[in-house]
Write a protein that binds this ligand. Structure first.
Ligand code: SF4
Ligand code: SF4
Ligand code: SF4
Length: 259
């Protein structure tokens, strides 16, 4: 029997859905599934029961919170797809007053129809069974997740950093050789160290390592020793890691003697 799947998009750039839609073997892979719902590829229908729901994007309105809860109620397995869904994404980096300030800058005193919020990860609102990281995920990762589900198994999430792939590829280390603020040591692998491969420091787009092993403090210490300021380090680490538990605390600890 074919598995029924749904593909959903909340606040996002739709890049993850686009990547799913552009998988080369899509038609071949799709034969194994019944696609009950795909917001990007068809008009929006009523959410109904699926075996697996793939959800891209962060929650940034009350309506999205409601939609996500409905998706969860109707799915046996829920997969958070991409950095927005797993960590809130770039729209998750502003909190409190910062958010209010940016809101005013964009909308001035105008009223908007929906109640905007900071972009938050799915796990804040519902149980997430699996994370499919990336911004967007790599094609082979999408195939791997779909294929494991199709054979009745479950995907194994990566728990090692971009540095592992970078070393395996033999790229020169931009952190050591050029003193650049590479976030590879705390970013989950899967992109084959794409940016260091072009001699560019990783900005952490795939999100921090899972299971609490993204050591922002030890990397912040290394950056500090290389002469980078606390503000600079925080600004860089916050782009994709702001909502990682204890990120702020870990960075503050490194600079506590100076405050
Ligand atoms: S994770 Fe990246 S590619 Fe996917 S929706 Fe968010 S910003 Fe776009
Ligand atoms: S360049 Fe970046 S990803 Fe590569 S080994 Fe150095 S710190 Fe790690
Ligand atoms: S920013 Fe980092 S995680 Fe993202 S593609 Fe580049 S090397 Fe990979």
């Amino acid at each position: 029997m074919k598995l029924r799947i749904g593909i959903h998009g909340l606040t996002s750039c739709y890049g993850c859905q686009l990547r799913m839609a552009s998988v080369k073997e899509l038609l071949e892979v799709a034969e194994n599934f019944e696609i009950a719902y795909w917001y990007m590829a068809s008009s929006k229908g009523e959410i109904s029961h699926v075996d697996i729901a793939f959800v891209e994007g962060s929650v940034s309105t009350a309506k999205e919170e409601e939609e996500l809860k409905k998706i969860r109620e109707n799915a046996d397995v829920l997969v958070a797809v991409g950095s927005c869904a797993i960590y809130g994404g770039v729209q998750g980096m502003l909190f409190g007053e910062e958010y209010e300030e940016i809101f005013k800058e964009v909308y001035g005193g105008n009223k908007i129809e929906f109640e905007g919020r900071i972009g938050e990860p799915l796990k804040k609102y519902v149980k997430v069974d699996y994370n499919l990281p990336g911004c967007p995920p790599e094609e082979e990762e999408i195939i791997y997740y779909l294929a494991t589900f199709a054979i009745g198994s479950y995907p194994e999430e990566k728990d090692y950093p971009v540095c592992t792939e970078c070393r395996r590829k033999g790229y020169p280390c931009v952190l050591i050789e050029k003193n650049e603020p590479c976030l590879g040591p705390l970013t989950v692998a899967g992109c084959d160290a794409r940016c260091p491969g072009y001699n560019v420091a990783c900005i952490g787009c795939r999100g921090p390592l899972p299971h609490g092993i993204a050591w922002f403090d030890s990397l912040a210490k290394t950056f500090k020793e290389k002469g980078m300021s606390k503000e600079y380090i925080k600004a860089r680490m916050e782009i994709f890691g702001k909502q990682y538990e204890k990120m702020d605390e870990m960075i503050e600890k490194v600079f506590e003697d100076e405050d």
